[in-house]
Design a protein around this ligand. Structure first.
Ligand code: DX5
Ligand code: ZN
Length: 227
């Protein structure tokens, strides 16, 4: 089970300090939301920010590209220090060449889908990706309410993974708090992106430990062992 604080909820006036705080929290991944003001109605930060914070952390940099033309950004983020690059399946025909380019850059491949998007759309790519990110809010802003209609997608992605013996991780992103993290874990998720709930916490380390305990308690694999 992987905990991934989202830097979007950090104090932007102190990004280096906040990155160090995340590094000392026990979380494995740092989730980096890149918004272009076109694919989503917001703009966040670019490769220069990722390059600046890279020396402050050994965490796995999980770069989430909510961008309409990610092909122009893959190499700059790879050079800036991304470990994984996530693009959206809503980009249609552009997806296959994008996944290929990310692999060629030697980075882990992530694919994401928005709440209105059918889970069936990602099925053709499941054997090519390292990570599937199921958006549990409509992307563009932190602090939104979790959309419960997305839970069956997690279950479906988990069933396909088991049936086809695939190894992609299943992430959830948006409105993930101490309650919804448990519900996502029970549905089969194993990567928990959380901005407001974690970065807004005065003691980030304690918040990460609490979320980790909750997702482990709801881990279906552990539940099976108990039976
Ligand atoms: C939203 C982003 C999320 C967001 C999560 O478009 O992709 O990563 O930062 O923030 P919270 O946990 O506050 O919903
Ligand atoms: Zn995100």
């Amino acid at each position: 089970m992987i905990i991934a604080p989202s830097l979007l909820a950090a104090n932007f006036g102190q990004l280096a300090k906040e990155t160090t705080r995340a590094s000392r929290s026990g979380a494995e991944w740092l989730h980096l939301d890149v918004m272009d003001g076109h694919f989503v109605e917001n703009i966040s930060f670019g490769p220069a920010v990722v390059k600046t914070i890279r020396p402050f952390s050994k965490m796995f940099f999980d770069v989430h590209l909510m961008c309409s033309k990610p092909e122009i950004l893959l190499e700059p983020f790879a050079q800036a220090g991304a470990d994984q690059i996530i693009v959206h399946v809503e980009l249609g025909d552009a997806v296959t060449p994008l996944l290929w380019k990310i692999r060629k850059l030697g980075k882990k491949i992530g694919l994401s889908l928005n709440p209105p998007t059918s889970i069936g759309l990602v099925q053709p790519y499941l054997d090519q990706i390292d990570h599937l990110l199921i958006m549990t809010v409509n992307p563009g802003f932190g602090g939104q309410e979790f959309i419960y209609e997305t839970l069956p997608k997690i279950q479906q992605a988990n069933s396909w993974r088991r049936e086809r013996n695939l190894r992609y991780t299943i992430g959830v992103d948006g409105g993930v708090n101490f309650k919804t993290a448990g519900e996502c874990a029970r549905a089969g998720a194993d990567v928990f992106v959380s901005g407001t709930t974690l970065f807004a916490a005065h003691r980030l380390k304690a918040a990460v430990a609490r979320m980790r305990k909750i997702v482990h308690e709801h881990d279906p694999a552990l539940a099976d062992l108990k039976v």
